[in-house]
Design a protein around this ligand. Structure first.
Ligand SMILES: C[S@@+](CC[C@H](N)C(=O)[O-])C[C@H]1O[C@@H](n2cnc3c(N)ncnc32)[C@H](O)[C@@H]1O
Length: 271
């Protein structure tokens, strides 16, 4: 089986069973725009992470950036603040709305294209560097997605992703709460294989810790977030809290579940 087909099969395996979805009132897939904004503000002003350093090293003076799956602009608003032209593609209207207000607050200009990649690629146009952080595990059809990124970049593509699926740290809780097994992939290693297979390039890679830590103000907020993600009916909230509490970590006044996960920054030249 090709690497792209293995990627798709893993992601299809992550689909949640219909009976568990039907037993809860709210969707586990909703994007928590406020939590992303909080993370972005907590990270603002800190030292640049590996992705920011790589993008800065590849961008020509006055060059333009395209951020695909930009969310609230965490990865790219700091680049725009350095004087680079920024175009952001985001398919979720709530995330795009927060991105616009964050750009306004930061006093930077961003052209926001609301829609799915690669369908909106022609509207987004070509840019010097294309950046895409923490999106690929949402994308079952990775080949056209990656080709779109590659063709949109005059100089280089920079991808950031977790070493494992972003919900991989929840596997023990799905098992404990529902006796539900989850796939053991895909991983960043398979992502590198798909990039090689589809684009015939070998990306450079920097592995690091961090990049996707959710910050919660208190226990109630944390438990409510994971109750949704884990499809736990409200009546079993206390049982879930008992399972989560031993794994909660406090850092800088915020609560998170578990320690920070590994991430990888991948990049390759297109020109
Ligand atoms: C985990 S968030 C990451 C956001 C941001 N890049 C960051 O690193 O903070 C993933 C974002 O990608 C967006 N997204 C997923 N698939 C997309 C697609 N095909 N086209 C555009 N946006 C997409 C989601 O709506 C979400 O806002």
């Amino acid at each position: 089986m090709s690497a792209a087909a293995r990627w798709r099969a893993y992601l299809e395996g992550w689909a949640l069973p219909a009976d568990l979805l039907a037993a809860v009132p709210d969707s586990p897939y909703v994007w928590p725009a406020d939590l992303y904004r909080r993370r972005q503000r907590a990270e603002a002003g800190g030292p640049p992470d590996p992705t920011a350093r790589v993008v800065a090293g590849l961008l020509p003076g006055g060059g333009s950036v395209l951020d695909v799956g930009a969310g609230t602009g965490r990865a790219s608003l700091p680049i725009a603040a350095e004087g680079h032209r920024l175009t952001a593609v985001e398919r979720n209207p709530a995330m795009a709305a927060v991105l616009r207000t964050e750009a306004e607050t930061a006093g930077v200009e961003v052209r926001v294209i609301e829609g799915p990649w690669p369908e909106v690629a022609a509207e987004a146009g070509r840019h010097d560097v294309v950046v895409c952080t923490h999106v690929v595990y949402d994308i079952a059809e990775l080949a056209p997605f990656l080709r779109g990124l590659h063709e949109a970049a005059r100089v280089a593509v920079v991808l950031e992703a977790g070493e494992r699926h972003p919900w991989a740290n929840l596997i023990p809780y799905y098992r404990a709460m529902h006796h539900l097994e989850r796939p053991d992939g895909p991983t960043a290693g398979l992502l590198v294989e798909v990039v090689g297979e589809v684009l015939r390039v070998t990306p450079e890679a920097e592995h690091w810790i961090g990049g996707d830590r959710m910050r919660f103000a208190d226990l109630q907020e944390l438990v409510e977030f994971y109750r949704r993600r884990l499809l736990v009916p409200v009546a079993r909230t206390a049982e879930l809290a008992d399972r989560l509490v031993p794994d909660i970590v406090e850092q800088d006044g915020w609560l998170s579940l578990g320690s920070e996960q590994g991430a990888v920054t991948l990049w390759w030249r297109t020109g």
